[in-house]
Ligand binder design. Structure first.
Ligand code: FAD
Length: 432
C-alpha cells in the first residue's frame, strides 16, 4: 500500500518506520529543511545539538525501546543534574526534598504543606476528577495561595501565557507525576537521560531505515492540500500531486483543518479549538559558564524569558569543542513581539536580564548565537480536555490524525511522540 506521512518529526518518522517494516511504500513529507520537528538538531562544533533542550526520564519506555531497536542504546546515558528556581533576586537549588526544606521564600509550614501535597499528587492514578478543576484552583486548595504565587503561577504563566489560568489540573498532575518517576534509588535526585551525540542520530537512523526499505523521506516539502479522490487520497505538495491509499497527519489539528476543503464546519471548529503556545529559544555558544545549575526556572514575571538551561552543566563542554552551551527559552503566543526578533535582537533584549541574574555574565564571551522558533510547541490543556481531543479517525476515509494535541493525560514529550507514531501505524494497519 502507498502511504503518506505528513510531518517528519519523531511521531511521523516512527509511524513511517513501523509501516515501512510492514512492507508498505512510504513517503514522508516534511515542510522544514531538516527532519526531526521539535526534536530536530543542528551541528555545533561537529556534534548534533537539539534546537530545543531535550532530556528524557527513566519512565520513558517507548523512546528507550526505540533507541534499542535502532541500535543506539549504548549511547543512552543517565545522569543527575542540578535544578534551580530564580526568585526575588536569588537562584535557589530546587531538585529534591532537602532543597524544598531549605527554600527560604516560603515559610516552613508552606514548604511542608507543599511537600505533602506533591507526595499525595504522585499517588493519584485516577486523573478524571482533575479535569474538572483548573491547576490554579487545585494548587491554591492543596498547597495554599503563597505556594501558588511563588512557585507555580510563574511556571504556568511561563508555559501558557495569558491562558495559564484556564489550564486544567490534569496537566499539572502529569508534570509532577512524570518528574517524580525519574529519580535515583534514594529519591533525593532527579535522573535524566540523553542520547550521546544528540537526538539527530535517532532521527537520521529512522529516515535511513525508511529509505532502505524503498520509502521516500522528503524535506522542504510542505503539503499544501489533502483531498479525497475516489478511493485514493490526493496530496498536493511542492513535489506536485500524488495519490495514496492511506495518510497520517502529525502536525497540529488546526494545520490539518487548513489543508482539507471537505470538512464539516463542526469538525473544522473542533480542530481549530485546540490551541497551542509557541516557543522562541536562543542558544548561546559561549566561553563562560553562568552557574553550576543545569535547569533554572525563572520565577519572575518581569523577566522576558522563563528558563535558562545550561546544557553543559549536564553534558560535558568537551562534546562541543570546550564551549558552554546555554539555552534561554520562552513559550509565547506567536503574535508576541519577541517571537519576531532574530538572534541578535533577542540577545540584546535578554542581555541586561541575564546580567541581573548572573552579574558576572560577560556578553563578549558569547561566540555564536542561534535562534529557533516554532508556533506549535505546547497544546493548551483546558478543563474537560478528554472531551475536546480530536479522534485518530477523521471524516476523510483512510486519513489518520496523530498530533501532539492527542497525547493525554500525560504532557507531550518525545517519548509520547514515539507512542503516537506507533498508535498511528496501528490505526493504518487496522484500516487496511
Ligand atoms: C522547548 C521544548 C523543549 C522540549 N523538551 C523536551 C524534553 O526535554 N524531553 C522530551 O521528551 N520532549 C521535549 N519536548 C517535546 C518534544 O520535542 C515533542 O513532544 C516532540 O518532538 C513532538 O513530536 P511530533 O512528531 O509529535 O511533533 P513535531 O515535532 O511538531 O512534528 C510535526 C512535524 O510536522 C511538520 N509539518 C506540519 N505541517 C506540515 C505540512 N503541511 N507539510 C509537511 N510537514 C508539516 C512540522 O514541520 C514538524 O516537523 C520539548 C519541546 C520543546 C518545544
Amino acid at each position: 500500500m502507498k502511504i503518506a506521512v505528513v510531518g517528519g518529526g519523531i511521531s511521523g518518522l516512527v509511524a513511517g518506520f513501523d509501516l515501512a517494516k510492514a512492507g508498505h511504500e512510504i513517503t514522508v513529507f516534511e515542510k522544514d529543511h531538516v527532519l526531526g520537528g521539535l526534536c530536530a538538531c543542528f551541528r555545533l562544533e561537529g556534534t548534533y545539538l537539539e534546537k530545543y533542550y531535550h532530556h528524557f526520564f527513566t519512565s520513558d519506555q517507548a523512546i528507550i525501546d526505540l533507541f534499542e531497536q535502532l541500535g543506539l542504546s549504548p549511547l543512552v546515558e543517565w545522569r543527575t543534574s542540578l535544578t534551580g528556581v530564580y526568585y526575588d533576586g536569588h537562584a535557589y537549588p530546587f531538585g529534591g526534598p532537602v532543597d524544598l526544606l531549605r527554600f527560604k521564600p516560603l515559610p516552613m509550614a508552606d514548604r511542608l504543606r507543599l511537600g505533602f501535597a506533591i507526595m499525595r499528587l504522585r499517588k493519584i492514578d485516577d486523573w478524571r476528577p482533575l479535569e474538572e478543576i483548573t491547576a490554579k484552583d487545585f494548587i491554591v486548595r492543596e498547597m495554599g495561595e503563597k505556594v501558588y504565587r511563588v512557585l507555580w503561577e510563574p511556571l504556568l504563566r511561563s508555559k501558557f501565557g495569558d491562558k495559564a489560568e484556564s489550564v486544567a489540573a490534569v496537566w499539572f498532575w502529569g508534570k509532577i507525576k512524570l518528574r517524580g518517576s525519574t529519580r535515583t534509588k534514594s529519591g533525593s535526585k532527579e535522573l535524566l537521560g540523553y542520547l550521546r551525540g544528540g537526538l539527530g542520530l535517532a532521527i537520521d537512523e529512522l529516515a535511513k531505515q525508511i529509505t532502505e526499505r524503498g520509502g521516500r523521506v522528503l524535506t522542504s516539502s510542505p503539503v499544501e492540500r489533502i483531498a479525497v479522490d475516489g478511493d485514493k487520497i490526493q496530496v498536493t505538495s511542492l513535489q506536485g500531486v500524488d495519490h495514496f491509499d492511506r495518510l497520517v497527519f502529525t502536525g497540529a489539528p488546526s494545520l490539518f483543518a487548513s489543508l482539507c476543503d471537505d470538512l464539516s464546519d463542526d469538525y473544522r471548529q473542533r480542530l481549530q479549538s485546540v490551541h497551542y503556545q509557541g516557543t522562541t529559544c536562543l542558544v548561546l555558544k559561549t566561553k563562560q559558564s553562568l552557574s553550576n545549575i543545569y535547569w533554572l526556572n525563572i520565577n519572575d514575571l518581569n523577566m522576558p524569558f522563563v528558563g535558562i538551561i545550561e546544557h553543559t552543566n549536564y553534558r560535558s563542554p568537551q562534546e562541543y569543542g570546550g564551549y558552554r552551551v546555554i539555552y534561554v527559552t520562552r513559550y509565547l503566543d506567536p503574535n508576541n513581539r519577541l517571537y519576531s526578533l532574530d538572534a541578535d535582537e533577542l540577545f540584546e533584549e535578554y542581555k541586561p536580564h541575564i546580567k541581573r541574574i548572573f552579574p558576572h555574565f560577560d556578553p563578549a564571551a558569547v561566540q555564536e548565537r542561534f535562534i529557533f522558533k516554532d508556533a506549535f510547541t505546547q497544546p493548551v490543556i483546558r478543563l474537560q480536555y478528554s472531551r475536546q481531543i480530536p479522534d485518530f479517525t477523521t471524516p476523510l476515509p483512510g486519513v489518520c490524525l496523530a498530533s501532539m494535541a492527542q497525547i493525554y493525560p500525560e504532557d507531550r514529550g518525545s517519548n509520547y511522540g514515539v507512542v503516537m507514531g506507533h498508535k498511528a501505524s496501528e490505526w493504518i494497519k487496522k484500516s487496511l
